[in-house]
Design a protein around this ligand. Sequence first.
Ligand code: CDP
Length: 783
Amino acid sequence: MATTELPPERHAMGVSMKRKEDPRLIQGRGRFLDDIVLPNMLFLALVHSPYPHARIVKIDKTAALASPGVKAVLTGEDLVAAGLGWIPTFHGYDKQMVLAVGKALFQYQEVAGVVATSREAAFDAVELVEVEYEPLEPVVDPFDAMSDTTLVREDRENKTNHIYHWEVGKREETDAALAGAEVHIKERVYFQRCHPAPLETCGSISDMNPATGRLTLYLTSQAPHAHRTVVSLVTGIPEDKIHVISPDIGGGFGNKVPVYPGYVVGTVASVVLGVPVKWVETRTENLTTTGFARDYHMDVEIGATREGQVTALKVKTVADHGAFDAAADPTKYPAGLFGICTGSYDFPIAFTELDAYFTNKAPGGVAYRCSFRVTEASYAIERGMDLLARELAMDPADLRLKNFVKKEQFPYPSPLGFVYDSGDYHMTLQKALDKIGYPELRRLQAEKRARGELMGIGISTFTEVVGAGPSKHFDIMGIKMFDSAEIRIHPTGSGIVRTGTRHQGQGHETTWAQIVAEELGLDPQNILVEEGDTDTAPYGLGTYASRSTPVAGAAIALASRRIREKAKKIAAHLMEAAEDDVEWVDYKFQLKGVPGKVVTMKEIAFAAYTNPVPGSEPGLEATFYYDPPNLTFPYGAYIAVVEIDRDTGETHVKRFLAIDDCGTVINPMIVEGQIHGGLTEGYAIAFMQEIGYDSSGNHLNTNFTDYLIPTALETPKWETDSTCTPSPHHPIGAKGVGESPNVGSPAAFVNAVMDALSPLGVKNIDMPLTREKVWRAIRESKA
Ligand code: CDP
């Protein structure tokens, strides 16, 4: 057993310290947008374009305004007059129309808003808004967009569909290494456009109080502070006059990071009418207009020796961004953290480049359970390694073991600029191979193949990069990506912790309380966790991209330690001892060398308010703004085992094992829940989901009968386990985990299916691997 491999009871927080009450779950308060009803509240419904690309000739509001209950109808022209026709997109490279002005640029684009006394009245009147369109030729394929024959964005200075070019690494050296490689593979793999599809859609209540001039915004927001700042910058309303409350928002998965037209139109309506206005998306609106994910066409090239040592990597990507460049990426990273595409492997040289294009499709490019394009990068390299193994006729596990970054190489500077913090890839893959019985599975596969049956084994050993981020590199619209915690301990030893993050079911109520409890020796049941209210929480950039634990989790630990420093002074005062004679032992302060002489944190808390140290400040609270020195690099080894029905093309996932390493685990039960959820999403992406458009630009997946969500029936049984290589720079050694299963699993599934089909000569099928696609591949291979 390698030294870093610890059994769970040694590396889980709390458990390690014999705090038997951990881990367990603390329940949230459960106040959703739907539960919030305000006096005189009106309802907003939006009018959508039926055309993917069309000139708007005329909008006639007359019939809608005459409809019962209707209070206002707003168009793009009205918003332009109010100075709110356009809003900046998150990373600031582009701007987005709130309601279509002049042209509609994608099917379902928002064209007008109707405000009425009930949701039903608003939807009825939507039908009465008469819009005259002149349809135009749409650009649907990013490869067609390259010719600029049809221009998507006439409003831009640059008359081209090309948005940006981004590259990192050494182009010439990589090309030379690839040209000279003994073995060389090249394949285009497509990570399809998909959607986070949270079961609870996006929504808002805008409440402008005409008496106070204060705007309260209830928003389904993963980043309430960032949203408050954006609203202030766009509207000119001072930030103190804006109160953003993100109630329990249901799922988020990156979908609730951007600013959407509904929020803006609702706010304008509330300002104009002086009453609260509520907007809640329909399922179709969510799938057709809000942030999609992925849509990367990636040419992966790997060079290697005949013995299977990798020598160079090149990935060239064409990205489809839709009609507005609304990707939610940090400013300096237009292609997110795609530079992680060298993965877990020690490439001596690498180069990656990307070109992004406008098309007549919905905007987005959100990090769907993903750290800014890490999922696409992991898919590219993990598919590439399997294709190389096949070219070399080498076992894919052996190829990976041969090329992994070795544990003594950490901190490891990757050729594309990251410095990986810690890892032991050999140990983790070996554990997965042992646990699943890999040699036995390969024997079984050989037997089945001899009988003509299609069985496949797929491996994915991904490395992630999460915890955005260090302020020297990471900002969103200029705001640095630190995070914060404020902790108050009350006189009786209970307390409250507030952070700049906003969970969406990740269980921060439990894990944040655990960190405070662990650092201060208090009962986690009596630590209240509060997030999502900009009037009370300290400033932070929110919850997405598995950044909460690496950034806010660190802030909580360090704010707790500030409290412990003060508590030590109080302990010395209570013991009538010098501070230097007091030490922290087993969750209490003890007089050095006198085990019986102790003071508990509860006693200290009481003293902080009743018997403070003379001449010092009473009370027991602290705030910490944490700027991480580096990102964290969680990783995993996933193995999928599948069987395919030759006659129907149906894939059965027989086994799926996920070994994850996210450093110190705060709560094993929550981490396991995160893994199960993410694997289920990864399964759906691999086999069921795609946001597709036909050649005329019509959206093909507008509801849950076309865009499939896995139920318990389809979902495979997950086997999970872990290894632990703590992050050396994080105060408690924790790395993020929430997105790992979504990042790592699609390649494992696809590699398994391609392994099963390898006797038929099938090398690649793009996701989703539907029955029809697999069946066609089998049939064509026979032909
Ligand atoms: O940013 P987000 O909360 O989505 O992701 P995360 O930081 O990966 O955390 C997801 C959940 O897993 C949180 O409740 C974390 O505190 C918990 N977690 C944990 O218990 N141990 C870790 N090493 C990482 C996360």
